[in-house]
Design a protein around this ligand. Structure first.
Ligand code: AMP
Length: 150
């Protein structure tokens, strides 16, 4: 049973677009978790962020180009995570992955919190670091306040 779970985990194929601060960290974590990972970045230097034990693939190309996504075998992907530093790019890639290639799990990084609701209404799963950071900070601050009051 354990071996089967490990095989299933290995078979999951994940495309990460953007190998910056977020994408490279996610790629390292997923590679460590023995997932099949490919990271795309238009800037070759970005791949220096990957650790030596990263066992996935890299593609140096602009992910806006459909050819790049085809090279990454998007039609075989179980997950696509768009983590570039541009909201429009991330949403466009997420839309292509979801509507054209029917990738089961698609997430777009979104810098602008006010756009999150709009995209979620369109069925695009988003991750907004600004909102997550604010919530984490609020919890930290409130937790401290609670401790001090006790
Ligand atoms: P960061 O903000 O540090 O997470 O970095 C974002 C990364 O996304 C950078 O390494 C950029 O080179 C990369 N990036 C931005 N636009 C594209 C694109 N159209 N295709 C591929 N990579 C991109």
């Amino acid at each position: 049973m354990k071996a089967m779970e490990n095989n299933q985990a290995r078979d999951e194929y994940i495309i990460i677009v953007g190998c910056g601060r977020l994408g490279s960290h996610l790629a390292r974590l997923l590679s460590k978790a023995r997932k099949s990972v490919v990271v795309i970045d238009k800037n070759e230097y970005a791949f220096h962020r990957l650790s030596e034990d990263y066992s996935g693939f890299t593609i140096e190309a602009d992910a806006i180009e459909i050819d790049t996504l085809l090279r990454a075998k998007i039609h075989k992907a179980d997950v696509v995570v768009a983590t570039t530093n541009d909201d429009n790019t991330n949403v466009m890639i997420a839309q292509v992955a979801k509507t054209i290639y029917h990738v089961p799990k698609v997430v777009a990084r979104l810098f602008e919190p006010s756009r999150q609701l709009v995209y979620e209404e369109l069925g695009i799963e988003t991750l907004c670091p600004t909102i997550l950071s604010a919530e984490a900070l609020k919890n930290y601050i409130m937790g401290k306040e609670t401790e001090e009051l006790e």
